[in-house]
Design a protein around this ligand. Sequence first.
Ligand code: NI
Length: 135
Amino acid sequence: MKVTVSRKAHFNAAHRLYNCEWSDERNDDMFGKCANPHFHGHNYELIVSVTGEIEPETGYVMDMKVLKDLIANEIEEAFDHKNLNEQVPEFISLNPTAENISVVIWNKLRPHIDSKLELEITLYETPRNFVTFKG
Ligand code: NI
């Protein structure tokens, strides 16, 4: 019997979406306001979900205190109030779309979570636009 537990988190970050091999015009056509060379911010909402068997001894799938601290240390510390393009090494040459941010978050958390547990990332870039990555 598998159960999913989830923890919500939040970070504010700035980014710019562009492909450096494209003209400014083509970047504007594809990424619109997100191509603005002066950057802009989003209030990202993150949901980290962990799925697995309930441990009989604790009644937990995963200790939520551990998950909370992991998200704070690995994600909020690295991303909150940062310019993703310029201050987060993973995005120096990777476009910081919600899709790519989700994959980076998954890769940062995965080594710290028991391999018998499944990990799923949901990232809201706006209240209506969100991305899911399950590895
Ligand atoms: Ni944007």
